[in-house]
Design a binder for this molecule. Structure first.
Ligand code: HEM
Length: 470
């Protein structure tokens, strides 16, 4: 009986596989983009995920685009997929969220993040969570402590470098972004025991997110699922403590204080929301910082220009005076360096979507139910869109609009990153102190690789020289 059940399941599975893959090909003769499905089940996933320098599109995309064009079909993450390296199609996909396409991350990601995470939620739940996120970001930015906390954390990290000749920059950047986000969201400083506890669990959680999704005791994935539960209980305990102390004057100005007053979210949604903010704000921003430092290390002219910009801002201020929004708005070249780093370094290579119906775009059809992967890095490195696309050239942004369709580092449409401004302020303030206090040299061979998440081969080793106490 059990054996019969197995074969029946296989038969149903095979019929499903054939219907999903080949029926659209027969019915929409020749209209589905060209390409190859590769091996059964895995398809071309391994070749697609093969690491390559993050400032290149990698052999897989290069080879497929030259063979089939910028839009091609494949079989990735166990689904028939349309991969798009085309600027117009990517823009169209991102602008049509919930109408023609929908965010669709692989199941194991849901297993770790939970279904009410804003990063994976769709439809009305997503809209509700996103509205809260946007209003929280606006409230946070208006609090006077917001900028000061970022600057205090910068100074604390850079003070710890004074007697060192070498630092592993990726570790330092993660320490910085974690301390900033934990302070902004939960009001915790780096020396509080809860911070250390959350950081430890968070590292386990991040490792699981990028591991083989096997929920068997002992695997990185299973440890991550458990770590998520522990972080949730730590956050719940912090929330309960806050509620107990409600009314006592504590002058708290963090995310959580505002979040607790929001009526439109359940308790679990609030916890998940805090987790999303920590997750969204930690890895991406630290990778961006590492990429900026790496590219500046190879571009002495850009480094000097950046230093002059920050020296000018500093010279207009009293000793030890904190930076404010007005200073931030003067950091024009810094913004250009950040945008160019996002374009050239590609913190997020692609995002996951699925087609909600048959979608006709130009000459081809994307079949309903197929996965769609808009590749953001392919647009950034496309030589027909960016002159000298394979060069780090921050000056290009003096004449280019950073909100143009060919710059999509933060995604687009109704899922566009709500934390982009926070990330930029963090990087700009960190650079303000870094370029004035230190010079650095990177080591050969320590390149940023896209796994597709970006990692430096050796953690970005910096040989640093302390040159000023400003
Ligand atoms: C260099 C920094 C960052 C980059 C490159 C980046 C990139 C992105 C991208 C490409 C998306 C769209 C994902 C999709 O369409 O599926 C996104 C969404 C998101 N980001 Fe960021 N991000 C950064 C920093 C941050 C920060 C600092 C936070 C929070 C404090 C954050 C929180 C989020 C959240 C919650 C979403 C989901 C939005 C939604 O689905 O509506 N990000 N980010």
């Amino acid at each position: 009986m059990a054996v019969g059940g197995f074969w029946l399941a296989m038969l149903v599975g095979s019929v499903g596989f054939v219907l999903n893959h080949f029926l659209p090909l027969f019915l929409k003769l020749g209209l589905v983009p060209k390409g190859s499905f590769g091996w059964p089940l895995l398809g071309e996933t391994l070749a697609f995920l093969k690491p390559h320098p993050s400032n290149s599109v990698g052999n897989f995309l290069q080879d497929h685009c030259s063979r089939y064009g910028k839009v091609f079909k494949s079989h990735l993450f166990f689904s028939p997929t349309v991969v798009s390296c085309d600027q117009e199609l990517n823009y169209f996909i991102l602008q049509n969220e919930d109408k023609l396409f929908q965010c669709s991350y692989p199941k194991p990601i849901h297993g770790i993040l939970g279904d009410i995470s804003m990063l994976v939620a769709v439809g009305d739940i997503h809209k509700r969570l996103r509205n809260v996120a946007l209003s929280l970001v606006t409230t946070m930015k208006s609090k006077p402590e917001f900028l000061k906390d970022i600057e205090r954390t910068t100074i604390q990290i850079l003070d710890s470098w004074k007697d060192r000749q070498q630092v592993i920059f990726c570790d330092e950047a993660r320490k910085f972004t974690f301390n900033v986000i934990v302070k902004q969201v939960l009001g915790l400083t780096s020396d509080e025991p809860e911070t250390t506890k959350i950081l430890e669990d968070f590292r386990t959680f991040m490792k699981g997110l990028i591991s083989l999704p096997l929920n068997i005791p002992g695997t990185a994935y299973a440890r991550a699922v458990k770590a998520r539960r522990r972080i949730s209980s730590t956050i719940k305990a912090i929330i309960e403590e806050r509620r107990k102390n409600a009314g006592k004057s504590n002058n708290r100005s963090d995310f959580l204080e505002t979040l607790l007053c929001v009526d439109s979210l359940s308790e679990d949604e609030k916890v998940s929301f805090v987790l999303d903010s920590l997750l969204g704000g930690y890895e991406t921003t630290s990778v961006l910082m590492a990429l900026v430092v790496h590219f500046l290390g190879q571009s002495p002219i850009a480094f000097e220009q950046l230093k002059v910009e920050h020296q000018n801002i500093r010279s207009s201020k009293k000793e030890d005076e904190f930076l404010n929004w007005e200073d931030y708005r003067k950091m024009d070249f810094t913004q250009n360096v950040i945008s160019e780093t996002l374009r050239y370094g590609n913190v997020v290579k692609f995002v996951h979507r699925k087609a909600l119906k048959d979608v006709k775009f130009k000459d081809y059809i994307i079949p309903c139910g197929w996965k769609v992967l808009p590749v953001l890095s392919a647009v950034h490195l496309d030589p027909s869109l960016h002159a000298d696309a394979l060069q780090f050239h921050p000056w290009r942004w003096e004449s280019e609009d950073q909100s143009c369709k060919k710059f999509i580092a933060y995604g687009g449409g109704s899922r566009c990153c709500p934390g982009s401004e926070l990330a930029k302020v963090e990087v700009a303030f960190f650079l303000h102190h870094l370029v004035q206090k230190f010079r650095w040299k990177t080591e050969d061979g320590d390149r940023p690789l896209a796994y597709p998440y970006v990692e430096f081969e050796r953690g970005l080793v910096l040989n640093v020289e302390h040159c000023s106490n400003i």
